[in-house]
Design a protein around this ligand. Structure first.
Ligand code: PLP
Length: 385
């Protein structure tokens, strides 16, 4: 062969051993000797790998890992958490259907639900998420989805998953965003959920270096039908993003333990500080979700909020921090702070902010894995400003 041909055709070596870490299959497609296998792979998620928008071995390794952690039968990795939420809702709802959703949800999810209502004719009823009777009363003949978060952002409200799932019965798809808990603190499928979604951008990736999402399914048929929709939507991830997430996942257990330990120290010190009105960490006895959280979570999470007197105090605090960075997102190794009313929940009007328990003085912390005393020193000096 001539050099012009040789440079194009680098061969993939055949292996007689297995790599210790998951290889990065940074390829958009796969070649075939058999035309039928090629055609078959395009029609189902469990056929041969054909084209990376439909499936990729690195992405599949991530999907299998998270499905195993969550106790599901299969998972669908996506390019963001919102990609997973969109794929699940769009694949499982039609115009005229009805959704029951918890009032305190991630701002992006609330914006999507509003869009589904206004533009796509899906009705949505919001509930507090405490009371199975309220959920039962909201049921309609076309109710298809009950949408909850395990630990709500930013108030730390913990849904009573078994009671709420039982209230809607087996015909309604129970979808739970488990981002704030991670599968180490809660596995919603064990408590009756049908689909679990994550922003893997957060704890699963864990290093603030990758954007991704995943949806885990209890039922393999639901997985297959959602896969068909997700590949049409084009929300499947790039292999490198999946590879970074797998790398992060390896230390999830160590990180979650340290995050949680630090969160407990900071939440208790904040609760005792005179400038702080209330701390919304479900690990505190006084938190309204403390009893529910203690019943079926293996920890209380490490992203939580607390209230200062007003918006002025809130602004002074977030800009007075030095070690703790003012930034979006959560679940990374470094401690981050944000002001929900002006950033993560900016899409909400006054009523929705109130319903979500967010005031102008509400501050959200994503507690990292640094030394807790170093973090407290920074927080204490910023509270004194
Ligand atoms: N779900 C929760 C609870 C979140 O906090 C976020 C983002 O902050 C998302 C979903 C959306 O995830 P992503 O930003 O990866 O699309």
């Amino acid at each position: 062969m001539q050099p012009d041909t040789r440079v194009v055709h680098t061969e993939v070596p055949a292996l007689t051993s297995r790599p210790l870490s998951v290889p990065l299959y940074q390829t958009s497609g796969f070649s075939f000797d058999d035309l039928d296998a090629f055609a078959d792979g395009m029609t189902r998620p469990d056929g041969a790998f054909v084209y990376s928008r439909l499936g990729n071995p690195t992405v599949r390794a991530l999907e299998d890992a998270v499905a195993g952690l969550e106790g599901g039968t299969a998972a669908l990795a996506t390019s963001s958490g919102m990609g997973a939420i969109n794929a699940v809702l769009l694949a499982n709802l039609k115009a005229g259907d009805h959704v029951i959703a918890q009032r305190a949800l991630y701002g992006g999810t609330l914006a999507l639900l509003r869009d589904l209502e206004e533009r796509w004719g899906v009705a949505v009823t919001y509930v507090g998420g405490h009371d199975p009777e309220e959920v039962r009363a909201a049921l309609r003949p076309r109710t298809r989805v009950l949408y909850l978060e395990t630990i709500a952002n930013p108030t730390g409200h913990v849904s009573d998953l078994p009671a709420l799932g039982a209230a809607v019965g087996p015909d309604v798809l129970v979808v739970v965003d488990n981002t704030f808990a991670s599968p180490l603190l809660c596995r919603p499928i064990e408590h009756g959920a049908d689909v679990v979604v994550h922003s893997t951008t957060k704890y699963l990736g864990g290093h603030s270096d990758v954007t991704g999402g995943v949806a885990v399914f209890a039922d393999p048929d639901r997985y297959r039908s959602t896969w068909h929709h997700a590949v049409e939507l084009g929300v499947t991830p790039d292999p490198f993003a999946a590879w970074l997430t797998i790398r992060g996942l390896r230390t999830l257990a160590l990180r979650v333990r340290k995050h949680e330990q630090n969160a407990g120290v900071l939440a208790r010190r904040l609760a005792a500080h005179p400038a702080v009105r209330v701390v919304h960490w479900p690990g505190l006895d006084a938190h309204p979700s403390h009893a529910v959280a203690s019943r079926f979570l293996d920890g209380y999470g490490s992203a939580f909020s607390f209230d200062l007197a007003d918006v002025e105090k809130g602004r002074k605090f977030v800009t007075g921090l030095v070690l703790v960075r003012l930034a979006p997102s959560l679940g990374g190794t470094e401690t981050l702070v944000l002001h929900p009313a002006s950033t993560s929940h900016r899409q909400l009007d006054e009523d929705q902010l109130n319903a979500n328990g967010i005031t102008g003085g509400t501050i959200r912390l994503s507690v990292g894995i640094e030394d807790a005393d170093d973090l407290w020193q920074d927080i204490e000096q910023a509270l004194g400003r």
